[in-house]
Design a protein around this ligand. Structure first.
Ligand code: B12
Ligand code: SF4
Length: 457
């Protein structure tokens, strides 16, 4: 069965990263004898280019990933594929389809099947059923239509033994295209790896647990083998660890760093984690093992906001983590959420004070975004701020507006970026000039709204 696995066109300003999820799916399909599978990253292509792709590749199956904000790109690509060849079987996967499968099946007839959540096992069983005219009802974790009815099969259990998975397959991908645009790795290709899946926390705004469940991890030796393979096979020297919280288990992560050193792997790497999941000792070892940059989802400097978001993070942990990173020689990235439930002028000041205190190397802000299925989505729905019909529109993101208006959020983002620039002196302003337009996505409409004075309704 000739199959095309696609990652959708990304939003403007996003460069994307290796389609590692599709790489895993292809590797699992190959292992089970489905050899005609091609992975194609459409991240930087026009959605319309799917027309030419379908004509040249003539696939029998088209599978595509969905994120909430760019769901429209994925759904449009599927509709075009179906229009060109109505016999093409279309499959959706990824976070948005996992959480909004009912709405998608009811409203988008071009979608034939949805795979919910972790799909390495599901796609193999699905392909076996499709190629042998087997019973789809027996394939756990899928949604499909039969005689006009939407059939939702039993939930699939999460993969416990992640080491049993093959490494992602990148045969169709030019890894050199995934170079960094800024920072210490500017212009160099970056490979991505996932050493663990899921997260032990339940922040109200986050989809991670809904897709991946509780934290599960690969063995250290299996991860090191993959890095060794990336280095020897593709000449990769820089690795981005995509786990939500790779340092959830500090002892395991120490073992990982020690393994990099013992095997003499000459790589540099970066990761994201939580401030309360690191220690000075661990950070020093991480630096020795090649870690140059750590990104922290700090979200806010206000204990009240952190509590409202169920972040379960103390301000003193944030202060310590940033001070330790400085001591260990690791650059830091401070991520801020603006407009969370309970946000006021005073809580914004608390966040600014925390930035002043921690002096991160870099930072980014995000307006409080509502993702389907999350506790925050339900809260906003109860407050009358949203309902599921939003996902049938062409709009990318829906922000939480229970605390601030959207112009107020953009105005606050400006303030925070200017603060960071001021703290960085000349180089801080230079960075703002260089990346400001991208960071604030200063479209004319947003410039106008961003210039409005900040004031509560
Ligand atoms: C890497 C990453 C990115 C990369 C892009 C990824 C890419 N391929 O180019 C970049 C940096 C660009 C990015 C940006 C953003 N991201 Co992001 N990102 C991630 C991250 C950290 C890892 C994704 C990943 O590779 N996972 C590992 C692989 C194995 O999983 P996977 O790709 O999901 O695939 C598996 C299944 O989903 C399924 N599957 C996936 N596709 C398909 C297709 C088919 C046909 C089938 C059958 C199955 C299937 O099978 C795979 C194997 O099990 C996730 C967090 C996470 N832990 O997943 C967030 C995450 C996906 N991002 C998120 C968000 C919010 C964003 C941003 C909106 C952030 C922002 N405010 O700017 C932007 C949006 C960019 C855009 N859409 O234009 C949210 C998505 C929430 C949602 N409901 O959409 C996540 C879940 C983080 C979170 N915890 O909230 N992101
Ligand atoms: S925001 Fe981070 S810590 Fe919170 S649930 Fe999501 S991945 Fe876990």
């Amino acid at each position: 069965m000739k199959t095309l696995l696609l990652s959708p066109k990304l939003g403007s300003g996003f460069r994307g990263s290796l389609p590692i999820g599709l790489g895993y799916l292809k590797a699992c399909l190959l292992k089970e004898g489905f050899t005609e599978v091609k992975v194609l990253d459409m991240g930087r292509l026009k959605v319309e280019s799917i027309r030419e792709i379908i004509h040249t590749e003539s696939p029998e199956i088209v599978g595509i990933t969905t994120f909430t904000d760019i769901r429209g790109n994925a759904l449009k690509a599927v509709a075009i594929a179906k229009e060109i060849n109505p016999r093409v079987k279309t499959i959706l996967g990824g976070v948005h389809a996992t959480l909004m499968y009912q709405q998608i099946m009811e409203n988008y007839p071009a979608v034939d099947i949805i795979c919910r959540g972790e799909s390495e096992r599901t796609i193999v069983e699905l392909f076996q059923a499709l190629s042998n005219a087997g019973d789809l009802r027996k394939v756990k974790g899928i949604v499909y239509r039969q005689d006009g009815e939407i059939v939702v099969t039993e939930e699939r259990e999460k993969i416990r033994d992640l080491d049993a998975l093959p490494f992602p397959n990148y045969d169709d991908i030019d890894l050199k295209k995934y170079e960094d645009v800024s920072g210490p790795w500017k212009g160099k290709p970056v490979a991505t790896i996932i050493t663990s899946r899921g997260c032990p926390f339940s922040c109200t705004f986050c989809s991670s647990r809904l897709v991946w469940g509780n934290w599960r991890h690969r063995s250290v030796s299996n991860v090191l083998d993959e890095i060794e393979w990336l280095v020897s096979q593709y000449g990769i020297g820089i690795v981005s660890i995509l786990d939500d919280i790779p340092t959830s288990n500090k002892a395991r992560f120490k073992e990982f760093c020690q393994g990099i050193l013992n095997r003499g792997l000459h790589i540099t790497w970066r990761a994201s984690t939580r401030a309360d999941c690191v220690s000075l000792e661990l950070l020093e070892l991480m630096r020795e093992a090649g870690c140059l940059l750590l990104s922290f989802g700090v979200e806010s400097g206000s204990p009240t906001i952190l509590k409202n978001l169920n972040k379960k993070q103390k301000i003193e942990d944030v202060v310590n983590a940033f001070a330790w990173c400085k001591k260990a020689g690791i650059k830091t990235h401070f991520n801020v959420i603006i407009g969370a439930p309970g946000e006021t002028r005073a809580t914004i000041e608390e966040t600014k004070n925390l930035i002043k205190k921690t002096r991160p190397t870099d930072m980014d802000t995000t307006n409080m975004t509502l993702f389907p299925g999350t506790a925050l989505w339900k809260q906003a729905q109860d407050e009358g701020l949203c309902d599921d019909s939003f996902f049938l529109t062409d709009q990318e993101c829906l922000y939480y507006t229970g605390a601030m208006t959207v112009p107020e959020m953009y105005q606050t983002a400006r303030e925070v970026y200017f603060l960071q620039a001021r703290l960085g002196g000349l180089s801080g302003y230079a960075r703002l000039v260089k990346f400001g337009f991208e960071k604030l996505r200063w479209t004319p409409r947003k410039v106008v709204s961003g210039l409005l004075p900040w004031k509560r309704k």
